[in-house]
Write a protein that binds this ligand. Structure first.
Ligand code: BTN
Length: 255
């Protein structure tokens, strides 16, 4: 059971708790379709049986051990060209959430969050557009909290990193308050440069040598930034050229 979130302006004033559902993003989309909702409404479940991930993948989380929810927003203040700011804000909220408990937390472009080089969260943002601006946005977030085992060796949870178990209701309030704070921040255009600087400060691989797979070939490179459209800029050390990459155009090679 989850209650509404206190001390927020927008997020979680209304919380819809479903013990089990197919996908909180799909339920949120149905609510948006129906047309009557308050911005910031959260759909949260203990057991998501058909969770969806990025690029058509599925998202599996052990029932009752994690936070699995979607937030409905109306970020009409963002143009389509600026929509990556919302991803950055969500990534930074989650980063700030885990940093309360643990040191090595990084945003991995575009909006994953890794603890000690292992994935701790899944974020699926689904936007609808009206004219040049965003109309609605569904932030789907799966935070790994108390799960003890993962089939994927590069996944982790707060439990695995700290050895502690956490109260999910209390953690839900904390992440809701952080998303609220960052969402309010991006509504003021004057705050965007600072947010972007914070994103780079927390960005995995920023300014350091990494290996990447590009079109099946291994390259050495240094992440030098992120464009307004959300592409990652990498200086390829073999050719000394800086190129911009979309999600499907580059892969990290982990050491
Ligand atoms: C990823 O592939 O990393 C993104 C996973 C996103 C999972 C969350 S869990 C809550 C919300 N509902 C879904 O069906 N997916 C998102």
């Amino acid at each position: 059971m989850y209650n509404s979130i206190h001390n927020t302006v927008i997020i979680g004033k209304k919380v819809i708790y479903l013990p089990s559902c197919h996908s909180t993003n799909d339920i949120a989309a149905e609510i948006v379709q129906a047309g009557l909702f308050d911005e910031g409404t959260v759909v949260i479940t203990d057991h998501q049986v058909n969770g969806r991930g990025q690029r058509g993948a599925s998202w599996n989380a052990a029932p009752g051990e994690n936070l699995t929810f979607s937030v409905i927003l109306s970020p009409t203040f963002l143009t389509v060209a600026n929509q990556f700011v919302l991803s950055q804000a969500v990534g930074l909220s989650v980063c700030a959430y885990y940093k309360q408990y643990i040191g090595d937390v990084r945003v991995k472009w575009p909006n994953d969050v890794y603890i000690n080089k292992k994935k701790a969260v899944g974020i699926l943002i689904e936007n609808s557009v009206k004219g040049q601006s965003l109309n609605h946005s569904i932030l789907g977030i799966g935070l790994n909290i108390n799960q003890e085992r993962f089939p994927d060796a590069r996944a982790t949870s707060l439990f695995l990193e700290t050895g502690r178990k956490f109260n999910l209701q209390e953690e839900f309030v904390k992440i809701g308050q952080l998303i609220d704070r960052y969402y309010i921040t991006i509504q003021s255009t004057s705050a965007i440069p600072d947010l972007q600087a914070e994103y780079l400060d927390n960005l995995h691989g920023y300014g350091v040598a990494n290996k990447f797979l590009i079109n099946g070939t291994m390259h050495d490179g240094i992440v030098t930034g992120v464009t307004q459209a959300g592409k990652m800029m990498v200086e390829l050390t073999d050719t000394s050229e800086t190129r911009e990459f979309g999600l499907k155009e580059i892969q990290w090679v982990w050491d």
